[in-house]
Design a protein around this ligand. Structure first.
Ligand code: FES
Ligand code: FES
Length: 163
């Protein structure tokens, strides 16, 4: 079947089998390998991408189901050379070690901050609760997302005071 999927603001048309998974479409067809694949059981959450701004496990979504929606991967987080605050937060707070879970964690963080600009530690932990990290113990991931929240809100206040 022929499908057209919008990823990071661009339409991509490909012939795929009906059973083709979104994670395979992103990685194999579009070569967006920032979306990782860590299990066959929908448990690890390393394949998380955003669909219409909501985190989804792309190993549980058929590529054809992404038609008509906006998919965002980690490759679409930065704005040119400017990192998303969540990406910057992972740098500032050492939110990663091996990096395998990191793209999905960043995207869940982005989705959380888009609906809740000032999340509590518990709310951050809840937002990433479907994702596993084998390295960090989660503390620095939580700090990274909260760093992004604090800096985004400081940026908004600064922009407001200049308006
Ligand atoms: S690859 Fe593990 S939940 Fe999708
Ligand atoms: S940084 Fe290694 S799995 Fe999270």
């Amino acid at each position: 079947m022929r499908i057209t999927v919008n990823v990071n603001g661009e339409d991509h048309t490909r012939e795929v089998e009906a059973r083709h998974l979104l994670v395979r479409f992103l990685r194999d067809d579009l070569e967006l390998t920032g979306t990782h694949w860590g299990c066959d059981t929908s448990n690890c959450g390393t394949c998380v991408v955003l669909m219409d701004g909501e985190p989804v496990k792309s190993c549980t979504v058929l590529a054809a189901m992404a038609e008509g929606h906006e998919t965002r991967t980690v490759e679409g987080l930065a704005d040119g050379d400017r990192l998303d605050p969540v990406q910057q937060g992972f740098i500032e707070e050492h939110g990663l070690q091996c990096g395998f879970c990191t793209p999905g964690m960043m995207l869940s963080g982005r989705a959380l901050l888009d609906r809740n600009p000032d999340p509590s530690e518990d709310e951050v932990r809840e937002a990433i609760s479907g994702q596993l990290c084998r390295c960090t113990g989660y503390l620095n991931i939580v700090k990274a997302i909260r760093w992004a929240a604090a800096h985004e809100s400081a940026g908004r206040e600064e922009a407001g005071s200049q308006a």
